[in-house]
Every structure is written in C-alpha cells, then in structure tokens.
Design a protein around this ligand. Structure first.
Ligand code: CA
Length: 229
C-alpha cells in the first residue's frame, strides 16, 4: 500500500514547513499550497487522500476552497483555524469539512486526527459503483438502484434513493442540510433546505421501524443528519 498523500494549504511559511516536516516523518507524502487558488489546482491535480486547510488564505479563503471542492470531490478536509469567531461556522461543518483544529495546536493531536480520518475514509467505498452498501439489514445495490430492508424491497423515489445512498456511503459523517442539498440536488438547485427535511421524513417512514424514533437516520441537533453505521 502506498503512503497516503496529504495536501497542506497554509500561507504561514513556518507553520507550513513544520507541518511538512512532521507529516513526512510519519511517512506521508506531502504536497503543499500557499493560497486558495493553488489549493484548488493541487487538490485536482494531485488527488490527495486528505487536505489540511487553513482558513485565512490569500486569493480564496479556506471556506470558499472547501465549498468549491465539495461540489465534486469527496476528499476528507481538516480545517485549521486561528480565529475564535469562526469556530461556530467550522463546527457547523457547513462546508463539509471532516474535522477542525484551532491554532495553536499540538502536532501530536493533529497526527492523531489525521490517522483517525484516514482510517475512517479508507474503510468507506470510494464510489457508489464499487459495490453493494450495507447498514445492518438495509442493503443498497447501486447497480440496480435497489434498496432492501431484510427480505423486502423498499421503493424509493430517485431523490430519496440518492440521499440515502450518499449518507450510507458516508456513514457516520454528519452533513448539514445545505451540504446535502448541494451534493444530492446539485448546487444550482433552486429550493430551500426544507426539501432535505421532507425527504429525510419520507425516508424514515420507509426504513425506520418507528419513524418518530429513528435509529438509522439520525438528526444531529444544530448540525444536520447522519446515518448510523
Ligand atoms: Ca493563514
């Protein structure tokens, strides 16, 4: 197995080099970018396994970079932030980031987070085409767009299917309504986030034994939804 490739996006030279040094020592392949535009280019050309992304960057800030990348890339993103007032936004994970760390942080803690993210994403199928997805007795066959619960076939409309498949593919991860709207409906979809809530409700009626007490499709208060794996 080849070393995981990490893209570090950081405009603070000293920190960038410290990160590079520490991560290369851990055996990771490291590529770097020093502004938002370079970050987008490198993310596309280098296909990293993980991106460490600073928020305050020249050209485009980290939030913009995250938002743009999330339109077509599932790469895990760990946000670095120095600004206390941004923490709420980061925690909301509106931009689809996987984790965040507040500067100054301990290198050991960062390495632990990186390991955890890579371990989590390595066990997830990279695309729906790769095979049947299973959560307990719920099975999704992307080939035939077929969903079964135990022995019985679950009939879903196309958006219900897309939403469920996306969440199952990323099980355990929390997504905001905005993020789900963008990923499942498309970012140019004209509508509001209640669309997501409605589809979640319909899905629960079909896959939960008690839709009022969901055990698979979980609401994470103040954040969004996830599938419990
Ligand atoms: Ca910065």
């Amino acid at each position: 197995m080849s070393a995981s490739k990490i893209l570090i996006v950081e405009d603070e030279h000293t920190l960038l080099e410290a990160l590079r040094y520490n991560l290369e020592k851990e055996g990771y392949t490291v590529v770097t970018a020093v502004d938002g535009i370079q970050a987008l280019d490198s993310a596309r050309s280098e296909s990293p396994d993980l991106i460490i992304l600073d928020i305050m960057l020249p050209q485009l800030d980290g939030f913009e970079v995250c938002r743009i990348l999330r339109k077509d890339m599932a790469v895990p993103i760990l946000i670095l932030t120095a600004k206390g007032e941004e923490i709420d936004k980061v925690i909301g994970l509106e931009w689809g980031a996987d984790d965040y760390m507040v500067k100054p942080f301990s290198m050991r803690e960062l390495k632990a987070r990186i390991k955890a993210i890579l371990r989590r994403t390595a066990s997830e199928p990279q695309s729906a085409e790769e095979g049947v997805l299973k959560i307990g007795d719920l099975t999704i066959d992307p080939g035939g767009h077929k969903v079964t619960l135990g022995e019985s076939v679950v009939t879903l409309n196309p958006k219900e299917y897309d939403l469920l498949a996306f969440l199952v593919k990323n099980k355990g991860r929390v997504f905001s309504r905005e993020h789900l709207l963008e990923r499942v409906w498309g970012y140019d979809y004209v509508g509001d986030t209640r669309t997501v809530d409605v589809h979640i409700r319909w899905l629960r009626e079909k896959i939960e034994s008690d839709p009022s007490k969901p055990r698979r499709l979980i609401t994470v208060r103040g954040t969004g939804y996830k599938i419990e794996g």
